[in-house]
Design a protein around this ligand. Structure first.
Ligand SMILES: [Zn+2]
Ligand SMILES: [Zn+2]
Length: 279
């Protein structure tokens, strides 16, 4: 039986941090024999909660127009999915903006991710610190930071706008300055159980995101194992590539680890339908 290659969660220069043009990304993906390739440019309306926008946002009109044209060009050669990555915030303004984007452009799929706390990206490092009595920068307690992050993830699952994939759970660990930055299931079991049961109950897809330095993917294997125990079967494979060099990175290693847990299929979301493909 044919094995399908999928990479559902990638960016291009339409995103602020993309390194390659979308046309280049698609040419390389096609060259690698990818069957389903999902583009999910950043829609960072979480930043609308800030008094001043810190940078430009993805030009939705240009992106959907350009990507739909390229999608047509690849018809019959590679399934290109024109999607979006929505960055969650505890902010009604952001939720409304996502609803409007969904209605206007009907992305083929949506990745819902947590990147920021009060508009500040974990990537920038500030979320891990507080200001001490003498004005010094003080490292916050890891447990407090991680619990706060998992609370954001929990609430992100309950949004009114549609989404298919829960993106990179564990993002907070990627940039954490702690000597041991891990977030094992057993230490945060109560939080993870609420999150994983919600994903199962809502029939969403848990993403295995291979854009992580010292591991195969995020969330970690122990969390996928618990998800499987709780009845979760929808998983997606995501390189989160921002340039041509990382498309489908670590895919085989990721498949091996997911299969060892018991997963047999990847789930590809497209226009509200789930396509199940043997891993
Ligand atoms: Zn992301
Ligand atoms: Zn991404």
């Amino acid at each position: 039986m044919k094995k399908f290659l999928t990479d559902i969660h990638t960016h291009s220069k339409y995103s602020f941090d993309g390194q390659s043009e979308l046309a280049e990304m698609l040419a390389v993906a096609h060259g690698k024999g990818i069957d389903f390739y999902g583009v999910s440019e950043h829609f960072d309306y979480d930043l609308l909660c800030l008094p001043v926008l810190p940078r430009g946002l993805t030009d939705a009109e240009a992106y959907f127009h350009g990507a739909r044209r390229l999608q047509g060009d690849y018809e019959g050669a590679m399934n290109v999915l024109v999607g979006a990555e929505f960055s969650y915030a505890d902010d009604e303004k952001a939720h409304r903006a996502y609803e409007e984007t969904y209605k206007k452009y009907r992305p083929d799929f949506i990745v819902n991710s947590v990147h920021t706390l009060h508009g500040e990206d974990y990537y920038d490092g500030g979320c891990y610190y507080t200001t001490g009595g003498n004005g010094d920068r003080v490292l916050r307690d890891k447990r407090e930071v991680y619990e706060e992050y998992l609370g954001l993830v929990e609430r992100s699952l309950l949004v009114s706008y549609p989404y298919d994939i829960v993106g990179h759970i564990g993002y907070v660990t990627r940039y954490a300055p702690y000597a041991d930055a891990s977030m094992p299931y057993e230490e945060y079991a109560a939080r993870f159980d609420v999150i994983l049961k919600t994903i199962v109950g809502k029939n969403k897809i848990l993403e295995a995101n291979t854009s992580v330095r010292d591991k195969t993917f995020l969330p970690t294997v122990d969390i996928f194992r618990r998800y499987f125990e709780l009845g979760g079967r929808n998983v997606s494979l995501a390189s989160d590539a921002h340039g041509v060099d990382r498309i489908a990175e670590k895919r085989e290693e990721a498949v091996r680890k997911l299969k060892a847990i018991g997963f047999t299929h990847v789930t590809v979301p497209c226009k509200g339908e789930y396509i199940k493909l043997e891993m």
